[in-house]
Design a protein around this ligand. Structure first.
Ligand code: AMP
Ligand code: MG
Length: 367
């Protein structure tokens, strides 16, 4: 049914009556808005806030009922555990226990920053936060708004990305409002998030440190501190388990349109395969670097430019996926990035957005 515009606007206002949005300076957030948001966390409510990676949907990490609200608001399965955010190093021993010396060293080196550590959980962490696991994921975000909120609440804050489950993560307050309008009490709007992809998650509870999700800190950088760091994404294994590790399910970060990823050593061959695919769909969107965009000029496609390099692509990716959805494309084509630096995290998000729809063009690269 098509509603007249006025009616849509009215229903949107009613829908979002519960949500208060505060514009804040990302470098020096206004104390009043932070105080209101901090009180909301202490009262058991939900606050969406920017971090250096993406927007988080926060609640008191020590309050089982508040944590349950996060899962309900996102429609997130109870099997997918949350990340606990802290503002000070001392809070680590409040939320985790049996902390290995290596974790302290990594924290000192990379916090605040986009590195999440999986450790043994402390008893005060409610079971629903960790999806019943005896481990907990922790990080200290590198964003003044997130840190100010944590200080004001004076509590560890559980916060997954502030999107509806399986949708692209939010990199602006508008994305949060689009997904969660009436389901969150306060949104702190601190502009676009600087990195644009989630944190790198490293588990320190096994014999060897293991990457559970590539993200904002590259594996190359982490390996300088952790030479034996392993990374074997379960969804790439031939014998991928039917019940994968928490949060590593393939379908994630998905726009409504189908995504097809093209990989190959020879750029010209990859472009040709992408162009050949265009006619099989009604309306095609293309995710392209500035350089690649030229290859599709003049064709009847919606092009979202991802910038000049992997850093810029990370910054733009999720917004680009959302924008192509809004433009009504039924299929999105993307060229797979090189799997190094931030490119590995981009590759992971694109593959998961495509739900494994990967076309290998020519000879597969040997990495
Ligand atoms: P999000 O904050 O939405 O980016 O998702 C957090 C992700 O952290 C989850 O999807 C899991 O992949 C991961 N995670 C959180 N806690 C744990 C844990 N205890 N063990 C393993 N992975 C975890
Ligand atoms: Mg998420």
């Amino acid at each position: 049914m098509i509603f007249p515009r006025r009616q849509i606007e009215e229903s949107f206002l009613i829908m979002s009556k519960r949500t208060r949005v505060f514009r804040v300076d990302p470098k020096a957030p206004e104390a009043e808005a932070i105080a209101i948001a901090g009180r909301m966390i202490r009262a058991g409510g939900l606050v969406a806030f920017p971090t250096e990676t993406v927007y988080g949907l926060g609640a008191n990490a020590l309050d089982e009922t508040a944590v349950a609200k996060i899962f309900a608001a996102k429609g997130r399965p109870s099997s997918d555990p949350l990340i606990v955010h802290i503002a000070r190093f001392e809070q680590l021993s409040r939320v985790a226990q049996a902390i290995p010396a290596g974790a302290v060293e990594l924290g000192r080196q990379f916090w605040p920053g986009p590195l999440t550590l999986v450790l043994q959980k402390a008893p005060c962490i409610p079971a629903n936060l960790t999806a019943g696991l005896n481990t907990v994921a922790v990080r200290m975000p590198d964003h003044e708004v997130a840190l100010a909120l944590l200080q004001a609440a004076d509590l560890p804050i559980a916060a997954p990305s502030a999107n509806q489950f399986s949708r692209p993560s939010p990199t602006s307050a508008q994305h949060v409002i689009d997904d969660l309008a009436d389901r969150v009490e306060v949104v702190l709007d601190g502009g676009n998030t600087p990195i644009g992809l989630e944190s790198t998650i490293v588990s320190l509870v096994e014999d060897e440190p293991r990457v559970l999700r590539p993200g904002g800190i590259s594996l190359e950088t982490l390996r300088e501190a952790l030479p034996n760091l392993r990374y074997e994404p379960s969804y790439l294994a031939d014998d991928a388990p039917s019940a994968p590790a928490p949060g590593t399910m393939l379908r994630h970060y998905s726009p409504r349109a189908r995504v097809i990823l093209f990989s190959g050593a020879d750029a010209a061959e990859v472009y040709a395969a992408m162009r050949a695919e265009i006619n099989s769909h009604e309306r095609v969107g293309i995710l392209a670097s500035d350089a690649d965009a030229r290859e599709f000029a003049g064709l009847d496609v919606a092009i979202e430019r991802l910038g000049a390099d992997a850093d810029e692509a990370a910054h733009h990716l999720f917004a680009a996926l959302r924008s192509l959805d809004q433009q009504g494309v039924d299929c999105i084509l993307a060229r797979a990035p090189e799997r190094r630096g931030l490119g590995l995290a981009l590759w992971d998000r694109l593959l998961r957005a495509s739900v494994g729809s990967l076309v290998e063009v020519g000879t597969a690269p040997s990495d």
